[in-house]
Each structure stands twice: as structure tokens, then as C-alpha cells.
Design a protein around this ligand. Structure first.
Ligand code: SAM
Ligand code: SF4
Ligand code: F3S
Length: 471
């Protein structure tokens, strides 16, 4: 099968990856926890907050299941399949618990929030259930669990941002890091469970965000990705300076840390991305020319049902503006096939919109009804699974053509590449990314990980640009 380009934010191969910080083998911990994260990058970032909270209690992370006293699964509820996958994973821990009855198993994240105490009922081996805003209570819940007392904390907060916690980087390559800038979401897209699992949107203090990015840079990191469900609605009031920090201002502050620090961000909402943000991207060379702009559907009628609050025309005008101000900007999207009442004509609208935008990258899903959402309550999930899947295949097939074209057009060009590590296929080659988030591999020569190289591209696959560094 043809290779398709992925990025770190959505890389399915990272799903469930066990995390460890076992950097300093001399450090002695009282206990060890093993953590797996599923879903979006925010969950991966949250697992790093959890690691920090637990390390303060002298509980260190391990990637060795056998060594773990505590197993944590940071879960996702976005589609039914995501939850099924986690339930299946839980059954695999049964044997471990049998062998070691004192083993504590905890469910964290969005599925914990959605199902609450029911999870304890449904999954007998689970000891604790902790929602995304309740990680500070983990030490207490773990202590109680040790005495046999099962516990649940799924309280959502209006102001928790974990801004004062320095996340402990888990399984990091030492080059790229995720930094959360907002939590929750105030939009009510009718298909989406996130507002229910993550609560109201809140912006983290710009001072703590910049401090975290500075610390990362001083530790040798060379790329930060600012994370939020809707980064454009970032809004924080610096009371001391009586200044409101918008997302554009925050981007600028992070960009100014050093020209050697690359800045990425995700996700942008088409209704909220401003010219000010686009001008900031244009102004700073180290703010990457890459925007993830989920459209969800190409049909204005469906966009209305989805409560996305923009039309096809509005979306196209945003894309035009991006291309006008930042002509080489990489563009990616999310699309859903088979949403409630989607007709063949609506589906054709999605295909024609893809044809117009020619996305470099697209994440495509068939609609999965989520209990409690607006769509589940008000709309009928009336498209057959067969049709949803067939339409999804058509979206994927078209995207394959566009992604290959998007790679082919780069052959012959030269890009500044941030070196992230060894190429998976060849030890003699480095792997990195260009500004537009495209993967580049090239022979190592005298370069080092974390440095930038100017690489001339001489060939490509659907997922990788292949080139040679020019001195
Ligand atoms: N906040 C982002 C936005 O506004 O697009 C992304 C949210 S969600 C974590 C990532 C993607 O999952 C969405 O963009 C959407 O395409 C997809 N998604 C969300 N709910 C879904 C559902 N019920 N069925 C299928 N796909 C869904
Ligand atoms: Fe979900 Fe919409 Fe919020 Fe994205 S903006 S997290 S799709 S409700
Ligand atoms: Fe999943 Fe929650 Fe993220 S539902 S996509 S882990 S915000």
C-alpha cells in the first residue's frame, strides 16, 4: 500500500505508545507507573503533566509493564472505535492483575470523563477513574486505591490549566515538544464529544507558556507545537501589564524566544483564524508556514447541521487569504463522511472542496455518533455504514492523488530542514521536517540532530521527500 504522509499530531502509530522517562537510571523511585496515551496530542501532553505530578510523589515512569505498580491509560472518546480499542486493551491487563493483585489500574482522560463511575462498574479491574481536569488528585486517589478503595474524580474545572506544572517529557526525541495553551472547547460542533469531556475553554497564562518554551529551548529542544482545540480563540489577560494577549501575540512572544526555535500550532478553527495570525506567521521565519484547518464537510447545508458556524464559501475565502499572504503555506484538514442526512450531492461538495484546496495532508473519518452530543439528540444517524465507508474511501482516494502531487511539486526545491533523528529505514540518513511539515530524509554528512540543514530534494514518495544537504 502506498505510504501516506502523517504528522506527529495525528500519527496513529503513536497511539497507545508506552511512555517512559527512564533517563537517569540512578534515580530511585518508591514506585513505578506505566502510561499509554490515546487520541489527540493534548492527551500526550497531559500524560506529561501526570508524570510530573507523580514524580513529585516519587513515582517514576517505566515503559516496562512487568515493573509497573500502576498502569494508567489516558483515553479518547472521539469515535466509538477509539473507545472499543481501549476496552480491548483493558482485557489484556487482566492477566497482569491476576498475577499481581496489588497492581493499580487507572483510566484517565476523555473516556473517564464521559463514562464516569460507570467505568468502575463495567470494567471490574479498574481501580481509579480520573477526568482531564482532576489530575492533581491522582496521588490521593492512588493512595486510597492501595487500601482497596476505588475512586472517581471527574470534576471539570473552569480555570484548571496546569500552568504551574512543568511537564516531564516522556519518550521524547529531545527536539520536538507539545505545549498546551488552552484546555476545553466552547464550540458546540454537533458531532463532537470534546466539549463534554474537556469542559469549557480556558487559556493558560502566557507567562507560563513562554517560560515553558524558553526552558525547552535551553534544554536543546528546537520545535514547540502550541496546542488547543481552537488555538485562535486563545485569550489571556495580563493583569499586571493590563494587556490582552491574543493568539497572534502569543505566537509572536514564543517566536521571539530564538530564531532557532521552530513554532507550530494546532488546531485552527476556520471561523476564528485572523489576518493578525497570518501576518505573524508571515513575519517570523521560525513560525512554520503550515496550518491545520479542519473543514469537516464541503457542503454548506451539512456545515450548518454540524454547527460549524461557517459556510463553504467562508472556508474557501479563508484558504484564499492564506494562499494570498503565505503562498507556500502547507495546508491540512479533517473531513467527516456520512454525517446525518448527507446526500450524494453533499458528498460531491466535499470532494470538490478537496479538489479546490488540494490539501497536503487530510485526516478523514466516517461519522460515529457520540452519546449526548447535539447530533445524537437532535439528528438521525441515517447513513448506512456501507455508504459512510464507501464515501470515506472516495475521499481517501482523492487525497492520495493530492498528497502525491503535493510531494512531487517539491522535487528540485531546497528546504531548511530541522533534523529530528535517524531515518527509520537507514541509519546513515537523517530524518527531519521542512517548514511545511513535510518529512525529509537525507544522508547525514557532518550534521547533528537538532541542527538545521539546507536540503535539495531530488525525489519523493507519497510520504517522504528524499534529498541531499547542500553545504
Ligand atoms: N478542534 C478541532 C476542530 O475543530 O476541528 C479537532 C477536534 S477532534 C479532536 C479531531 C477530529 O475528529 C475532528 O476535526 C473531526 O474531523 C473528527 N471527529 C470528531 N468527532 C467525530 C465523530 N463523532 N465522528 C467522526 N469523526 C469525528
Ligand atoms: Fe470538537 Fe468543534 Fe470543539 Fe473541535 S471546535 S473540539 S470539533 S466542538
Ligand atoms: Fe480524544 Fe479527548 Fe482528544 S476525545 S481527540 S483525547 S480531546
Amino acid at each position: 500500500m502506498e505510504e501516506l504522509m502523517t504528522d506527529k499530531l495525528h500519527d496513529e502509530t503513536r497511539q497507545g505508545e508506552a511512555f517512559s522517562t527512564e533517563k537517569n537510571p540512578n534515580q530511585r523511585f518508591d514506585k513505578h507507573f506505566y502510561i499509554e496515551s490515546y487520541g489527540c496530542a493534548m492527551n500526550f501532553a497531559d500524560s506529561e503533566v501526570v508524570a510530573s505530578i507523580l514524580q513529585k510523589e516519587n513515582i517514576g515512569s517505566t515503559s516496562n509493564l512487568e515493573k509497573a505498580d500502576i498502569i494508567l491509560i489516558n483515553t479518547c472518546s472521539i469515535r466509538e472505535k477509539a473507545e472499543e480499542r481501549i476496552r480491548k486493551r483493558l482485557t489484556e491487563f487482566r492477566q497482569l492483575k491476576k498475577q499481581n493483585p496489588s497492581l493499580i489500574i487507572g483510566i484517565l482522560g476523555c473516556m473517564a470523563e464521559r463514562l464516569k463511575a460507570d467505568l468502575l462498574e463495567e470494567e471490574k479491574l479498574v481501580d481509579i477513574v480520573v477526568g482531564p481536569d482532576a489530575y492533581r488528585s491522582l496521588p490521593q486517589l492512588l493512595e486510597d486505591a492501595e487500601t482497596g478503595q476505588k475512586g472517581v474524580n471527574v470534576l471539570l474545572s473552569r480555570d484548571e490549566t496546569y500552568g504551574d506544572i512543568s511537564p516531564i517529557r516522556l519518550n521524547s526525541n529531545g527536539i520536538n515538544a507539545f505545549v498546551s495553551i488552552t484546555r476545553g472547547c466552547n464550540n458546540m460542533c454537533s458531532f463532537c464529544v470534546v466539549p463534554f469531556t474537556r469542559g469549557r475553554e480556558r487559556s493558560r497564562s502566557a507567562i507560563s507558556i513562554v517560560a515553558e518554551c524558553e526552558a525547552l529551548f535551553n534544554d536543546g529542544y528546537r520545535e514547540v507545537t502550541l496546542l488547543g482545540q481552537n488555538v485562535d480563540s486563545y485569550n489571556w489577560n495580563d493583569e499586571e501589564k493590563n494587556e490582552t494577549i491574543t493568539f497572534a501575540k502569543l505566537l509572536e512572544k514564543v517566536a521571539l524566544i530564538s530564531p532557532l526555535l521552530r513554532v507550530r500550532f494546532s488546531t485552527s478553527h476556520p471561523k476564528d483564524i485572523t489576518d493578525e495570525v497570518l501576518f505573524t506567521i508571515k513575519k517570523y521565519e521560525n513560525v512554520c508556514n503550515y496550518i491545520h484547518l479542519p473543514v469537516q464537510s464541503g457542503s454548506t447545508r451539512l456545515l450548518e447541521l454540524m454547527n460549524r458556524t461557517y459556510s463553504r464559501e467562508w472556508y474557501i475565502s479563508k484558504v484564499n487569504r492564506i494562499k494570498e499572504l503565505i503562498p507556500d503555506c502547507g495546508l491540512s484538514t479533517d473531513l467527516i463522511s456520512g454525517f446525518c442526512s448527507e446526500t450524494e450531492e453533499d458528498h460531491q461538495d466535499s470532494l470538490s472542496l478537496m479538489e479546490y484546496c488540494k490539501y497536503d495532508l487530510a485526516y478523514m473519518y466516517f461519522y460515529s455518533e457520540r452519546p449526548g452530543t447535539l447530533a445524537a439528540r437532535k439528528l438521525e444517524d441515517d447513513i448506512s455504514l456501507e455508504t459512510k465507508k464507501r464515501r470515506l474511501q472516495e475521499l481517501v482516494a482523492l487525497h492520495r492523488i493530492h498528497s502525491l502531487e503535493s510531494m512531487q511539486k517539491e522535487v528540485g526545491k531546497t528546504f531548511k530542514v530541522l533534523i529530528e533523528g535517524n531515518s527509520k529505514k537507514n541509519e546513515d540518513e537523517f530524518y527531519g521536517r521542512n517548514d511545511q511539515n513535510k518529512v525529509v530524509v537525507f544522508p547525514k554528512m557532518n550534521f547533528k540532530k537538532g541542527e538545521y540543514a539546507m536540503v535539495k530534494i531530488h525525489e519523493c514518495t507519497a510520504g517522504t521527500l528524499i534529498g541531499k544537504a547542500i553545504d
